[in-house]
Design a protein around this ligand. Structure first.
Ligand code: PRP
Length: 179
């Protein structure tokens, strides 16, 4: 698996330091608001797990499973909900947690989808942001790192369902996804 990585973009230490800062910021902003974290599976599962443990306030969490990429390297433009929320979000402060904001198509769709359920507020948190790739009008309220337009994997992010378990974020060798 490691042989497929061209270079490490963000080390475990860099990620954990930034996630701790993000959790502290959310704890300050949502103190006494009992927010609900909504992790967008599958890519966010590692980030979500670290982020909620760095947000030391009363909160709840849920997950949605959404896909838009399939096995390809760029979005199909269609968002499919594979698993919806198990809880009502009306009147709640929700924090949507994404591993990466790329074209913005997924988050833009999700915000519209969840707004209909009348949450009190919607906050978007993305570990990684690739602003150069944006196609939909959406920005995160809190971002971990801006990354260049390279194929990144690890810390939850995959290529064809592999590499999610790398503890760092790396750039995949082009020959792997060009195969
Ligand atoms: C990835 C990622 C985001 C989305 C971002 O999900 O986890 O949900 O793409 O891309 P966008 O801004 O261009 O919409 P993917 O569909 O690959 O599914 P996964 O989370 O299961 O890997």
């Amino acid at each position: 698996m490691k042989d497929d990585i061209l270079k490490v973009l963000l080390t475990q230490e860099q990620i954990s330091a930034r996630v701790a800062e993000m959790g502290a910021e959310l704890a300050k902003d949502f103190c006494d608001k009992n927010p609900m974290f909504i992790g967008v599976l599958k890519g966010s599962f590692v980030f979500m797990s670290d982020l909620v443990r760095c947000t030391e306030i009363k909160c709840s969490l849920d997950f949605m499973s959404v896909s838009s990429y399939g096995r390809g390297t760029s979005t199909t433009g269609e968002v499919k909900i594979n698993k919806d929320l198990g809880q009502d979000i009306a009147g709640r402060h929700i924090i949507i947690v994404e591993d990466i904001l790329d074209s913005g198509i997924t988050l833009n769709y999700l915000v519209g989808y969840l707004k209909n359920r009348q949450p009190e507020s919607i906050t978007l948190v993305a570990l990684l942001d690739k602003p150069s790739r944006r196609r939909a009008p959406v920005n995160a309220n809190l971002t971990g790192f801006q990354v260049p337009d390279e194929f990144v994997v690890g810390y939850g992010l995959d290529f064809a369902e592999s590499y999610r378990n790398l503890p760092y974020i790396g750039v995949l060798k082009p020959e792997i996804y060009a195969m």
